[in-house]
Write a protein that binds this ligand. Structure first.
Ligand code: FE
Length: 131
């Protein structure tokens, strides 16, 4: 993306405060408060930071967690995973592979066909609806 911010100051200008806290500071929005946890619309969920395509509504499911949940990314390599040991837990953090923005975490209690649950903050996503 040509307009990718180069500094944290530029990210602060581009993003609203909640997006900034999630994407750049790895904050977690409160469950059942985000704009997409209960969204049913069809389309493509893009990174709210850089616009990269991250998840399809075809893989979104109701996990009951209060965060938008997907069983796989839209394409291999679009999300990067790394170990997160904050808060005394060993979790796998997922980030946008393009801009490095924090998205959420992935857990192994998801549905078929992958068994994975990508638990993503609404604030990190921007839904491009189809049709
Ligand atoms: Fe991104």
């Amino acid at each position: 993306m040509t307009d990718m911010p180069q500094t944290e100051a530029e990210w602060r200008q581009k993003l609203d405060p909640e997006q900034y806290q999630v994407l750049r500071e790895a904050a977690t929005e409160r469950a059942f408060t985000g704009k997409y946890w209960n969204a049913k619309a069809h389309g493509t969920y893009r990174c709210a930071g850089c616009g990269e395509e991250l998840f399809s509504s075809d893989t979104k499911y109701d996990s009951g967690s209060g965060w938008p949940s997907f069983y796989q990314p839209i394409q291999l390599g679009k999300v990067a995973e790394q170990t997160d040991t904050s808060y005394g837990m060993a979790r796998t953090e997922v980030r946008c592979a393009n801009c490095g923005g924090h998205l959420g975490h992935v857990f192994d209690d998801g549905p078929n066909p992958t068994g994975l649950r990508y638990c993503i903050n609404s604030a990190a996503l921007d839904l491009e609806e189809e049709g």
